[in-house]
Ligand binder design. Structure first.
Ligand SMILES: Nc1ncnc2c1ncn2[C@@H]1O[C@H](COP(=O)(O)OP(=O)(O)OP(=O)(O)O)[C@@H](O)[C@H]1O
Length: 251
């Protein structure tokens, strides 16, 4: 494994190509993400946004190109599983909490099993994180006793408990009732302002405008354009991005 100098990009994708059978789902992706940067990925359904996220988290393998996290090249497939949760956090649309475990247990599970933290140490940290996302009072409950918005905030605390270098959010508010969306976006905005490196696939353009350093627009497996939100939203360069924005903003 090679290490680059600290201070280089935290996440670097170079010439990444991926196929699902005949479908060329990621095409020549080059993307560098700096420490503390918040990148919002948008684009039409099927454009490859989730797949991009999943490759960064090693949930999907690629056929061409290279992905480095903090200078380290992704290990081969077998080893990737062992490192899956160590430096990249992931928050999915569907929370993925263990129903039969308490909220506290959900957040302590990975630190005790993967990081081998003591139970006491992991619980103390989990309680701090649950307080931070506003659900500290729910620690002894079970997921089904919480609203969707609360469960997603627990999922964010669970990701933070592993002290990830970057957190990937794959449509984190798409499964939520509308009134719960903002409570999750507010937690994410706070994390962004605190300097967490984040990649966020979302249709929430308000979040992109206020929290993103860069908006990446994908279409047909390619990054078609990438710009600061102010530039992107006021003057998208490509016709596809203009069409997409007019559809989503008039929705
Ligand atoms: N495991 C898989 N096997 C085969 N095809 C897949 C697989 N996962 C995704 N695809 C296909 O790859 C393409 C890109 O999917 P992906 O989920 O990355 O798009 P997306 O931009 O995130 O879409 P959405 O906004 O609808 O979630 C789609 O055509 C999808 O059907």
């Amino acid at each position: 494994m090679t290490s680059q100098l600290a201070g280089g990009p935290l996440v670097q994708l170079t010439g990444v190509n991926k196929w699902f059978g005949e479908l060329h789902v990621l095409q020549d992706i080059d993307l560098s993400i700096d420490r503390g940067e918040v990148v919002v990925v948008i684009g039409p359904s099927g454009s490859g946004k989730s797949t991009l996220c999943r490759t960064i988290n090693r949930l999907e393998t690629i056929q061409q190109g290279e992905i480095r996290i903090d200078g380290e090249k992704l290990p081969e497939e077998g080893k990737a599983l062992a490192r899956l949760r160590s430096d990249v956090g992931m928050v999915f649309q569907s929370f993925n909490l263990f129903a039969h475990k308490t909220i506290l247990e959900n957040v302590t599970l990975a630190p005790t099993k993967v990081r081998r933290q003591s139970k006491a140490q992991a619980e103390q940290r989990a309680r701090e994180l649950l307080d931070r996302v506003g659900v500290g009072h729910q620690a002894d409950k079970y997921p089904a006793q919480l609203s969707g918005g609360q469960q997603q905030r627990v999922a964010i605390a669970r990701a933070l408990a592993m002290d990830p270098k970057v957190i990937l959010f794959d449509e984190p508010t798409s499964a939520l009732d509308p009134e719960m969306i903002n409570e999750v976006l507010d937690v994410m905005t706070t994390l962004a302002r605190e300097g967490m490196t984040m990649v966020v696939v979302t249709h929430e353009m308000g979040f992109a405008r206020r929290a993103a350093n860069r908006v990446v627009f994908m279409d047909g497996g390619r990054i078609v354009e990438a710009a600061e939100p102010e530039t992107f939203f006021s003057n998208p360069r490509s016709e596809r991005a203009r069409d997409f924005l007019s559809k989503i903003l008039n929705h």
